[in-house]
Ligand binder design. Structure first.
Ligand SMILES: Cc1ncc(COP(=O)(O)O)c(C=O)c1O
Length: 365
């Protein structure tokens, strides 16, 4: 079986370093918020070029803590794309705000800035552009509109560690930015983990307090807060993997080039990279009207493919009565019918990729 993503393959390719890092944490005897977390936070902030990173328990928590740090809550609205992971909308609901869902740009699959202004109301507090599949959302027009309306930008970088927009890493544009280190992500832990990054010291302090009971110092809560800490084992693993992230992203990009070359005359539409951006291919997502039958044909050949995402947020049973969507979102609904994620991870071999592309070309022959 060729898997769609394979975090175990990544472990095996850095096994010696990871085993050693884990062993050291186990022997040291401190397991939550210690030296490894501090070191990882500094190294991740340096990698991005931001001042602060705050390790938390997941990417969903990173979004929630970012909104809470800005004081967003009940009665507020937060705009994002309906074509995203459930987590983005779930985090908005969790702080008590209403997700306002807009359509995507069909070419690049990220939030359509043209839809932004008409989605705003007096209750709008923030917009969350999602750098979906590893492709940066179009920050410049989003920034222009957000600044004009006095609205904060919180980036959802869960799928785009290391992606660049006009030469600058995503995660450096928003007031706060949220990262997930779910095991299959470009930078993945061996469990749930996440981080908020920001250049703003008071916001960074607020996030640190929110992740631990609203403490200002130990045992002295000055605001609400909860338990969303990063543990030492995950931080130790992330420190090892961060060293390899640039190279791993380049491998993903080389595989994407190979996919594009070999699928050029097939019936699928390959992903397009926004000019002036780099795409880090957390997912390699093609489009075809024959999506379901192609997926079944690949499965018969032992090739796993997945759908990100089959049901837009505004059509999901729980969300549809709790969100506000603007218009009909036709591009989002079309994407949900056509997208297919092909196997993509740094350890995928060329031979495996050729098996996949041969199967796709055969299907359309
Ligand atoms: C776009 C997006 N946002 C947020 C998240 C939430 O991250 P986590 O699973 O670490 O909570 C994910 C990951 O699943 C994601 O893909």
């Amino acid at each position: 079986m060729i898997l769609c993503s394979d975090p175990k393959a990544q472990y095996l390719s850095h096994k010696r370093e990871i085993d050693e890092a884990i062993r050291r944490v186990l022997l040291r005897g401190r397991y939550i918020l210690g030296k490894k977390v501090d070191a990882f936070e500094h190294e991740f902030a340096r990698f991005l070029g931001t001042k602060f990173a705050v390790g938390v328990a997941s990417g969903t928590d990173a979004l929630e803590i970012s909104m809470a740090a800005l004081g967003i809550g009940k009665g507020d609205e937060v705009i994002t794309a309906s074509h995203t992971a459930t987590a983005t909308a779930a985090a908005i609901l969790k702080v008590g705000a209403v997700p306002v869902l807009i359509d995507i740009e069909p070419k690049y699959m990220t939030l359509d800035p043209h839809e932004l202004e008409s989605a705003m109301s007096r209750k709008t507090r923030a917009v969350i552009p999602v750098h979906l599949y590893g492709q940066p959302a179009d920050h410049a027009p989003i920034r222009r509109i957000a600044d004009r309306r006095g609205i904060a930008i919180i980036e959802d970088c869960a799928q785009a560690h290391g992606a660049l927009y006009r030469g600058r890493p995503v995660g450096t544009f928003g007031a706060l930015s949220a990262f997930s280190f779910y095991p299959t992500k470009n930078l993945g832990a061996f469990g749930d983990a996440g981080a908020v990054v920001t250049d703003n010291l008071p916001l960074a302090r607020q996030c640190r307090s929110l992740r631990e009971y609203g403490w200002k110092e130990k045992h002295r809560s000055v605001s609400r807060g909860w338990n969303s800490r990063l543990d030492e084992l995950q931080a130790a693993v992330l420190r090892v993997k961060l060293k390899h992230l640039k190279r791993d992203n380049r491998k993903r990009q080389a595989l994407a080039d190979e996919y594009r070359r070999r699928l050029v005359s097939s019936g699928v539409i390959a992903p397009k990279v926004r000019p002036g951006s780099t795409h880090v291919y957390h997912l390699y997502v093609v489009r075809t009207k024959a999506r379901n039958s192609l997926q079944a044909a690949l499965k018969r050949k032992g090739i796993q493919s997945l759908i990100h995402y089959p049901l837009p947020i505004h059509l999901q049973p729980y969300f549809k009565t709790r969100v506000r969507s603007v218009g009909k979102l036709p591009e989002t609904e079309r994407a949900a019918r056509e997208v297919l994620s092909l196997p993509m991870y740094p350890q995928l071999t060329k031979l495996q990729l050729h098996t996949i592309t041969d199967s796709i070309n055969e299907f359309f022959a």
